[in-house]
Design a protein around this ligand. Structure first.
Ligand SMILES: O=C(O)CCC(=O)C(=O)O
Length: 335
């Protein structure tokens, strides 16, 4: 390794260690990040019972979409949306690590509710080398307000079905977070939560795999919550939810009217991407999903989640409102 490379690696290690410590202080021993060995036993999480309907945006009108899916809160996968998106070419690890190399993205939140950020070059290094059970996860709603990072906005369009946006009337400075850039390695993701004030989100997966599990709104919270006895320090993490609660949803004893809708992957190129080895770049979830699965409707100014965790544990400072349609752009998540 050249001098420059080894300097980079040791700086990356240091920054990543600091970010981990701040965003998950409860994992105080470094080994407690991977003591559950999820990285070794991850195959089992890839078995998915895909039950979500697909529609093509070019064949289903806005009126039909509203009637069949938006009004009845029915999840659906919409195809044909990304064909003109620059993100498909530009949001590879290699290109992100060049264009946003020294830009900082939020990948966690500390116990006071302040953002924990990492430069893109360090986060990508982390993505390619970690074994963590529930790794850090970029979950950043501030990218659109920053001169350099707002270039990401040029790489996608709000699909026709979601152009209507009442919160725009509040003005850009007063509205609450409404678009997120999300990126993370295998096993990262967002814990089970409810988006606030009954709002809905559209999400686009640009690279990788993301596993979703969505429940009818009447499903009792108690059924979906991971207890501290079951989850311990990883109680709010997506992977814990998939380990503890998901299997119960597949049993005959699970209430039939609370069965989940499931979706395994959205990116058409997903199978050809391996985030650990695909790029060779030397150069990156809430946090861990703990920042993305953060607390209820009270937050700091830079609070990012806009969602209600079913097991809130971090308190933030001021109350925030909610977006009408949230926009999340993913490179990958619970991969
Ligand atoms: O992508 C994620 O990890 C979470 C997205 C989300 O929470 C949402 O769209 O409501």
């Amino acid at each position: 390794m050249s001098d420059v490379d080894s300097k980079f690696v040791s700086r990356a290690k240091k920054r990543i260690k600091e970010a981990k410590k701040r965003s998950r202080p409860e994992l105080s021993d470094y080994w407690s990040w991977n003591m559950l060995n999820y990285a070794v036993h991850f195959e089992r999480y890839k078995v998915v019972n895909d039950t979500i309907e697909r529609i093509d945006i070019n064949k289903v009108s806005l009126e039909e979409f509203v009637k069949k899916y938006e009004k009845p809160y029915k999840p659906v996968v919409i195809t044909g949306i990304q064909s003109n998106w620059g993100a498909l070419q530009k949001w590879t690890l290699h290109r992100l690590s060049k264009k946003y190399r020294n830009q900082k993205f939020k990948c966690g939140e500390d116990n006071q509710g302040y953002s924990v950020k990492l430069k893109m070059k360090y986060f990508i290094n982390y993505m390619q080398s970690n074994n963590d059970d529930s790794p850090l996860y970029i979950f950043d709603s501030g990218f659109g307000e920053d001169r350099r990072r707002s270039k990401l906005l040029e790489d996608y369009d709000v699909p026709l079905y979601f152009k209507d946006d009442l919160f725009r009337l509040c003005g850009e400075n007063r509205r609450s977070p409404y678009r997120w850039f999300v990126m993370g390695p295998a096993r990262s993701g967002t814990g089970i939560h409810i988006d606030p004030l009954g709002t809905s989100a559209w999400n686009a997966l640009v690279q990788g795999h993301k596993r979703w599990c969505l429940f009818p709104t009447h499903t009792p919270k108690e059924l979906l919550k991971v207890s501290s006895a079951d989850g311990g320090k990883q109680r709010d993490e997506a992977i814990t939810w998939f380990s503890v609660i998901y299997p119960r949803t597949q049993l005959p004893t699970w209430p039939q009217d609370c069965k989940p809708a499931e979706e395994p992957e959205l990116a058409t190129i997903a199978d050809s991407v391996d985030v650990r080895f695909s790029t060779g770049v030397a150069s990156d979830s809430s946090s861990s999903c703990s920042s993305s699965s953060s607390s209820s409707s009270c937050g700091t100014d830079d609070s990012d989640s806009g969602q209600e965790s079913l097991t809130p544990h971090k308190k933030r400072k001021i109350c925030k409102g909610t977006p009408s349609e949230t926009q999340d752009c993913y490179i990958s998540s619970f991969t």
